[in-house]
Design a protein around this ligand. Structure first.
Ligand code: FMN
Length: 242
């Protein structure tokens, strides 16, 4: 069965960012991979109200299209997240979508999924937008597959196959080949510390996954130094938490 990649467009327009996604679908097709573009603006995504029921329980108190989107992400072999730069960051639609995924910071059900990012801009904000995307994906334990961007006069520069090489490699590899970066190990330790302090659903989730004894979400390429670092970070972070 061929792999499937979900490409999420955070722009209301089907223009610059969407144009890149369309090229990516074609490149993926050339590699025998199915791509489906999904426009966030076609879905009802309400603001997070901060009720924290996704932390204390497993569900969300808001009824809208988020469960549909989350199910699609779960089922995809890889995800491409995209947004134009709006006021130096992602669009408000994308930010609302990200807020509503905060359950996966506490319960990273999609850990290990390959994720790539796309952004377009008139001139500024690509660095900040990339940082936003990467922090968001690190929180979910995703394997990061790169960033494609276009700006100003170069907005229509065609996407080259090699811009997807890291993402394609991750799609073809299993998680055992992955070498988590220090920042990713720190986020694992943060999640573990939060779950260890939780009296509710987060602890149940981490126990079920048997992650409390682990140095990372899944077996991967981590030497003894990184394993020790993960355990030390957990101790330091949990001591600093309430
Ligand atoms: C509300 C709004 C805010 C924007 N903010 C920025 C910005 O901070 N920096 C910038 O260089 N371009 C900014 N732009 C330009 C867009 O990032 C750029 O045109 C982008 O390619 C649009 O992508 P789209 O065609 O996929 O919607 C902004 C555009 C809009 C409508």
């Amino acid at each position: 069965m061929s792999k499937k990649v979900l490409l999420m467009n955070g722009s209301a327009r089907k223009k610059n960012t969407w144009g890149i996604l369309q090229q990516l679908v074609q490149i993926l097709k050339n590699h025998g991979i199915e791509g489906e573009i999904l426009n966030l603006f076609d879905y009802r995504i309400e603001d997070c109200t901060g009720c924290e029921s996704c932390v204390s329980h497993s569900g969300c108190s808001i009824e809208d299209d988020m469960p549909v989107l989350m199910q699609k992400i779960m089922e995809a072999d890889g995800v491409i997240l995209s947004s134009p730069v709006y006021m130096g960051s992602v669009t408000s639609k994308f930010k609302t979508f990200a807020d509503r995924l905060s359950r996966w910071i506490h319960k990273p059900e999609t850990a290990g999924k390959p994720v790539m990012f796309v952004s377009t801009t008139m001139a500024t904000g690509l660095k900040e937008t990339r940082q936003f995307f990467e922090a968001f994906a690190t929180g979910f334990g995703a394997r990061k597959g790169g960033f494609i961007s276009r700006a100003g006069k170069a907005i229509n520069t065609p996407v080259k196959d090699k811009e997807l090489s890291r993402f394609l490699t991750l799609l073809g590899e299993d998680t055992a080949s992955y070498r988590p970066a220090m920042g990713e190990i720190v986020m694992f330790a943060v999640g573990k510390a939060m779950a260890s302090k939780s009296s509710g659903d987060d602890r149940r989730f981490w126990e079920e996954k048997e992650w409390f004894n682990k140095s990372y979400y899944y077996p991967c390429k981590m030497g003894p130094g990184k394993k020790l670092f993960s355990k030390l970070m957990f101790k330091v972070i949990s001591n600093a938490m309430r």
